[in-house]
Design a protein around this ligand. Structure first.
Ligand SMILES: *Cc1c(COP(=O)(O)O)cnc(C)c1O
Length: 385
């Protein structure tokens, strides 16, 4: 089956009611026919649900769909993108290990690396996203995981996954990619050598700003290690959220195609505007990693960044002049969203640190929604003028 069909047709087994759409299994535990069956299920000799901290039919169905999309053997679903990231590291690293990571990572991932993991004797070596030669030089005999996000947040920079995968393989590292920005519709990291793929399902998977969730995808062996950690530490998703997210996936490819088209058109129009210093969008020829983006992505994604002339002051003013676009922290929503990283998400960094991750003073990040492009453009053009 093609992706669109899988998204619509993948479904957990029907109950005796023969429902067409998947019901919500809002239950915390499951019953057994006998003491023997209960024992066999607990001892992994028989398949079956035990307790919803471990798993639940809605959670399994959602995870199975995402595994199909990413071309992964197995999946593990969690309560948020951050609990997916935390569970991955929690399961796979120990005191003394090192992480090698691109410096351009999501804000809370950065906090994990710099404030939480050092308490447990785990060190992160940061490398610039575009200097793969420095990546190899930063590997020590303690390095266990190679971690990256592409496209990066908020700069939409692109990292060559094939090259990163080769480095990981050569040095026997577990290669982990946060694929939240691209979604499996635009890019499948496993095809480029990733061992694990992580998603914040809160973004494009839900796509309508309602439910939080996270997913980890990979080979059975690694996922069962993560499962063993997550089952007993409790980052479980609610069956309700998993049910919402699974239903949302039925429209994922339609939505992502529209996000791609709106973002590309918006980026092209911004590039021609006199108040705009520069625009960054993976599928614009002017993007510094355009060639790599074209190689590893089938669509440019829904995020566009641009530098407004006039820096910090004008960046803030631009947000205040918007009438339709939402000022909110989310992304990947059906509603277009604008943010100004220098005065919000990254305001606590020094100017120098901001510049090192590509956040210039007037940088605006737009998450292109599903509204008509003319309405998105009219709001942005009006605010610019
Ligand atoms: C939002 C986000 C996360 C964290 O996901 P939550 O669901 O908010 O916990 C991780 N990585 C990226 C790239 C994100 O955009």
């Amino acid at each position: 089956m093609k992706t669109e069909t899988k998204l619509v047709r993948t479904q957990a087994e029907r109950s005796s009611f023969k429902e067409h759409s998947v019901p919500l299994y809002m239950t915390s535990s499951y019953i057994f026919d006998s003491a023997e069956q209960m024992a066999a299920t607990f001892n992994d000799e028989e398949d079956g649900y035990i307790y919803s901290r471990y798993s639940n039919p809605n959670v399994t169905e959602f995870g199975d769909k995402v595994a199909e999309l990413e071309g992964a053997e197995a999946s593990w679903v969690t309560s948020s993108g951050m609990s997916a990231i935390f569970s991955t590291f929690g399961a796979l690293i120990e005191n003394g290990d090192e992480i090698l990571s691109s410096r351009s990572v999501f804000g809370s991932t950065h906090r994990l690396f710099t404030e939480i993991f050092p308490k447990w004797g785990i060190k992160t070596n940061y490398v610039p996203f575009d200097r793969l030669d420095l990546w190899e030089a930063a590997i020590t005999d303690k390095t266990k995981i190679l971690y990256l996000e592409t496209p990066t947040n908020p700069g939409v920079d692109i990292i060559d996954m094939e090259k990163a995968g080769e480095i990981a393989k050569k040095h026997n590292l577990i290669f982990v990619v946060d694929n939240c920005f691209a979604t499996p519709i635009n890019q499948r990291p496993i095809d480029f050598g990733a061992d694990l793929v992580i998603h914040s399902a809160t973004k494009y998977f839900d796509g309508q700003g309602r439910a939080m969730g996270g997913v980890i995808l990979g080979a059975d062996k690694l996922i069962s290690e993560i499962q063993a950690f997550a089952r007993h530490t409790g980052p479980s998703i609610s069956p309700f959220n998993a049910w919402v997210l699974s239903k949302s996936l039925e429209t994922l490819s339609l939505r992502v195609e529209k996000h791609n088209a709106n973002a590309f058109e918006l980026a092209s129009r911004l590039e021609a505007h006199s108040q705009v210093q520069f625009v960054k969008y993976p599928f614009l020829e002017s993007h510094p990693q355009y060639e790599i983006a074209k190689r590893q992505m089938s669509g440019g994604g829904g995020l566009v960044t641009f530098e407004i002339k006039g820096g910090l002051e004008k960046g803030r003013e631009f947000l205040n002049k918007l009438k339709m676009l939402s000022l909110t922290a989310n992304l990947g929503d059906s509603r277009s969203i604008a943010t100004h990283p220098a005065s919000t998400t990254h305001s606590k960094l020094t100017e120098e640190d901001r510049l090192s991750v590509g956040i210039t003073p007037g940088l605006i990040r737009i998450s292109a929604g599903l509204e008509h492009i003319d309405d998105i453009w009219s709001d942005i053009e009006n605010a610019l003028s």
